[in-house]
Design a protein around this ligand. Structure first.
Ligand SMILES: [Zn+2]
Length: 241
C-alpha cells in the first residue's frame, strides 16, 4: 500500500539513554519509519500492577528525531489500575446491571465517570507540556470493551458497556426522561449509539484542542469486519488529522 508507514512500538520505558542507539540501529535496519514511545507504563510487583508511571521521554525523543525517525506517543486513556485502587472509584456497569471486573491486563474506565474524565484531562495537560510528536496514539479512548478477550456479539445490538449511573443519568437528561434499563435503551438504540459516538468525539476534539496543530491523532475504533480484528486495523481505520 503506498503511503503506509511502519512504526516500532516500544511499550516499556528504555532504562538508559545508551540503550537507544542499538534500538535505533535495529529499527532503521528493519526499515521502520518511526518509533512509538510509551506515555506511561505500569510498574509490576510480581504479577500485580503496583502503580503507573510517566515515562520521561524528552531525551529519547531528541535522539530519535536526530536519527531521522518519526516519533509517536502511545497513550492509554480510559484504562487505569491506579483509579481502580481508589476507594471512591466506581467501575463501569454492563447491560445486565453488573459491575465490571478487572483483570491484571485491563482496568476499564467509563469516559462519563467524572474521576475517569479528570484522569483524561490530566493526560492532556501533561501532553501539552511534552515535546511535539508526529503521532499521538490514544488507546482505550472508547467505552469499556476488552477486544482481546471478548468477541463482538453481532446478534445483540446493545454494546455490553457502559450503563453506570453517570451514563444513564447523562443520557436521560439529554432525552428528557428517565432511561435506565437495557430494554428501555433498546427502544432508543439509535439515540443511544449516537450519543455515545458524540461522547467519544468530544474527547477527541478536546485532545485536538489541547495539542493544537501538533501531530496526528490516532484512535482505535471498532473492527471493520469480524475477520479483520487487530489493533492495527483499528488504529488505521480511526486515524485522522
Ligand atoms: Zn458509564
Amino acid at each position: 500500500m503506498s503511503g503506509t508507514k511502519l512504526f516500532y512500538k516500544q511499550l516499556f520505558p528504555i532504562e538508559d539513554i545508551f540503550d537507544l542507539d542499538p534500538l535505533i540501529e535495529g529499527i532503521k535496519k528493519a526499515r521502520f519509519n518511526g518509533i512509538f514511545f510509551p506515555f506511561s507504563y505500569s510498574q509490576f510487583n510480581g504479577p500485580k500492577i503496583s502503580r503507573r508511571q510517566y515515562f520521561d521521554f524528552a531525551p529519547f525523543h531528541t535522539l530519535a528525531k536526530q536519527a531521522g525517525l518519526e516519533v509517536g506517543l502511545y497513550i492509554p486513556c480510559f484504562e487505569s489500575a491506579k483509579l481502580w485502587s481508589k476507594e471512591d472509584f466506581s467501575p463501569p456497569v454492563n447491560h445486565a446491571g453488573s459491575s465490571a471486573v478487572s483483570d491484571e491486563h485491563y482496568y476499564p474506565l467509563c469516559p462519563n465517570n467524572p474521576m475517569s474524565f479528570n484522569h483524561f484531562k490530566n493526560i492532556l495537560k501533561r501532553l501539552a507540556r511534552l515535546p511535539d510528536c508526529d503521532y499521538y496514539l490514544f488507546d482505550y479512548l472508547h467505552f469499556p470493551f476488552d477486544w482481546e478477550r471478548e468477541s463482538l456479539d453481532v446478534q445483540y445490538p446493545l454494546p455490553k458497556y457502559c450503563y453506570c449511573p453517570f451514563c444513564v443519568t447523562e443520557f436521560s437528561s439529554m432525552m428528557g426522561e428517565v432511561v435506565s434499563t437495557a430494554s428501555q435503551i433498546m427502544e432508543y438504540l439509535e439515540e443511544w449509539l449516537e450519543w455515545r459516538t458524540q461522547v467519544v468525539n468530544n474527547l477527541v476534539l478536546m485532545a485536538r484542542e489541547t495539542l493544537g496543530p501538533k501531530g496526528r491523532i490516532i484512535i482505535s475504533v471498532p473492527p471493520i469486519s469480524p475477520d479483520r480484528f487487530t489493533f492495527y486495523d483499528w488504529a488505521i481505520a480511526g486515524s485522522f488529522k
